[in-house]
Design a protein around this ligand. Sequence first.
Ligand SMILES: NC(=O)C1=CN([C@@H]2O[C@H](COP(=O)(O)OP(=O)(O)OC[C@H]3O[C@@H](n4cnc5c(N)ncnc54)[C@H](OP(=O)(O)O)[C@@H]3O)[C@@H](O)[C@H]2O)C=CC1
Ligand SMILES: O=C(O)CCC(=O)C(=O)O
Ligand SMILES: [Mg+2]
Length: 729
Amino acid sequence: MSDIIYTKVDEAPELASASFLPVIQKFAAAAGVSVGTKDISLAGRILAAFPAHLTEQQRQTDDLAELGQLVKTPDANVIKLPNISASVPQLVAAVKELQSQGYALPDYPDAPKTDAEKEVRAKYDGLKGSAVNPVLREGNSDRRAAKAVKSFAQKNPHRMGDWSADSKTKVSAMSGGDFFSNETSVTLKDAATAKIVLVTDAGETVLKDAVSYPAGTVVDATFMSAAALQSFLAEQIEATKAEGTLFSLHMKATMMKVSDPIIFGHAVKAFLAPVFDKHGDTMAARGVNPNSGLGDLLARVKDDAAIMSDIEACMAARPPMYMVDSDKGITNLHVSSDVIIDASMPALIRAGGKGWGPDNKEHDANCVIPDNSYAPIYDESIKFFKENGKLNPATAGTVQNVGLMAQKAEEYGSHPTTFEIEEAGAVRMILEDGTILHEHKVEAGDIWRSASARMAPIQDWVNLAIDRQKAEGCSAIFWLDAERAHDAELIAYVKPILEAKGVADKFEIMAPREATRASLEIITAGQNTIAITGNVLRDYLTDLFPILELATSAKMLSIVKLMNGGGLFETGAGGSAPKHVQQLQEENHLRWDSLGEFCALGESLQFLADAKGNEKARVLGQAVDSATQGILDHGHSPSRKVGEPDNRNSHYWFARYWAEALAAQNSDAELAAHFAPIATALADGEDAILSELAEVQGPAVDLGGYFHTDATKTSAVMRPSKTLNAIIG
Ligand SMILES: NC(=O)C1=CN([C@@H]2O[C@H](COP(=O)(O)OP(=O)(O)OC[C@H]3O[C@@H](n4cnc5c(N)ncnc54)[C@H](OP(=O)(O)O)[C@@H]3O)[C@@H](O)[C@H]2O)C=CC1
Ligand SMILES: O=C(O)CCC(=O)C(=O)O
Ligand SMILES: [Mg+2]
């Protein structure tokens, strides 16, 4: 196993790796540090799942499973780049592409009937949504802006949209019948095994058997009423129309891969209700599944003139929709993974409460977030900015995050215990000894789920918060609502630990809405605070605050201290930015900023030094920090526009500053001597390298694929400077 694993992913970050990884490998080798790769890309995971369909040469090892084992050992040192969390349309597109490249994969079965089809479907379902992060995240999360990055953002504030007090933008959430209001929660005294059953007039159906929990686990159960959701959505469509705003729906269909595509499907059905009423049977016969989105629906009915004209008439009568790409007519409801709440809501808030409409203009929006568990953080942010105007990134302090994430904590681990209920009855969660832990009366179509959080991760999370507060000395708030069932159980863990450690006075506990306001007040005053949150708010806040403070979450330091002693260094908090790939293909400019990778690399090398006593790795890591500082100080981050320096330029500068820092340091003479000629060659080659990089921009390029690119073609595109390649090798 290599000293450091650098993950192979998809889309923009993978393109960046084609240019950056050779630099890392060359520099690390000088310190005897090996940097290997493991493939967690969507295409790689698909290939690994179907060995029997592939030739020996086409087969791929299950790298995700290997990494899943590695992160449970003290040897883990993994740099994890963002990967695709696939919706069904993305998965289907990736399979098609691989088939076209000669991989004899089975089609994704829309409606599996035979056992063989069901087996294929189960394999594909295992690859859906956020199938990677939960496997690797065997630790809690520490996300913050590195000091250098934060002070750069303050000195070079990004543009923010203006807020006006009469903005019609708002958040709409259900006032009952949702996951929030139906939640019940219990902390298990002893280890237990439970089954989940649906009891109806006809008897008992086992939904899930043998779910086991160690002692001390907090086990929740809740459901969303389909009827309450439907009437809420119908009301919101009408209200949006009356208010003259854009209808927008914000979900996390990737992470919440069972519940949220269903909720998304309800919204598709509600928006096109008259069409479903009239043509429901015909559409069903054509394989229309509203959960797959409007994009898939349109593709299936496009040659049926009657349905198409009814869709057009319905859309014309509806409020205008928030658009993903107004040039191409891609709406909010086309694909469930296009609008992902953690990124979409902050972008809208940063823009002054504006979203793009079908007319390619910005408008106020009704932000529909059906479940009310976390909607209040966006609602309160919007209210705060309406009252106080936009945040000033030049003077704002920062909100760091310590997130409970380990071992599939809370809602983000709930997919195996989430069910769309087929028949009215009662769902019971029953322990081996017959104790009924949870019980809910449900109707057909309701979405029932159980989530849990284990004791060891909870304790580790509180202790991490104590360490981080001590290191920063700033305000620290547990975002927990004493009135919410699950949060009350967590508070029962948090308070005694804080008291036992004598630090209770350093922390506050506030419900998410109050914590949002308090945190915005703190950063507006130029002070800092640490948000100590559960898993979902970890996700939401580590985009919300970075996007307001730094313009993007890609620049965040994201450390996962693994519970068994290893380290996982995630790059940024952002995703894979598909728009960036498109731009590269169309005009050979990659605007992806690798700052997240730079920060993670520095941390990973320092971790290696501490864990393995490798002092050369420490010197390399310290030099990475100087190189990152150099990129910021000299403004060498990528530009967004073709013809200007891009991601590849930033890697040249990074290599140069890294080599210069290594040549200049005096802790390790051998490394200094090794890197001095490299630094000189990089400096001497500056003109040639920059002109070779500039020359290629403009024309379209071919990567040989989108999900499964051709390595040779990608390398040629991403490493166009022969002068630089001669130095890096
Ligand atoms: N950790 C993980 O593995 C994660 C994976 N994802 C996956 O990523 C994909 C896209 O997700 P999406 O929600 O659109 O969010 P993204 O974070 O990819 O993008 C939001 C916007 O942020 C900007 N951005 C993000 N990263 C960078 C960067 N490094 N450099 C410059 N700009 C950046 C881009 O703005 P602009 O276009 O204006 O330049 C981008 O369009 C999905 O497939 C999703 O499942 C998402 C989140 C986390
Ligand atoms: O795994 C995913 O799909 C998204 C993860 C994410 O958004 C985050 O951790 O911030
Ligand atoms: Mg996120």
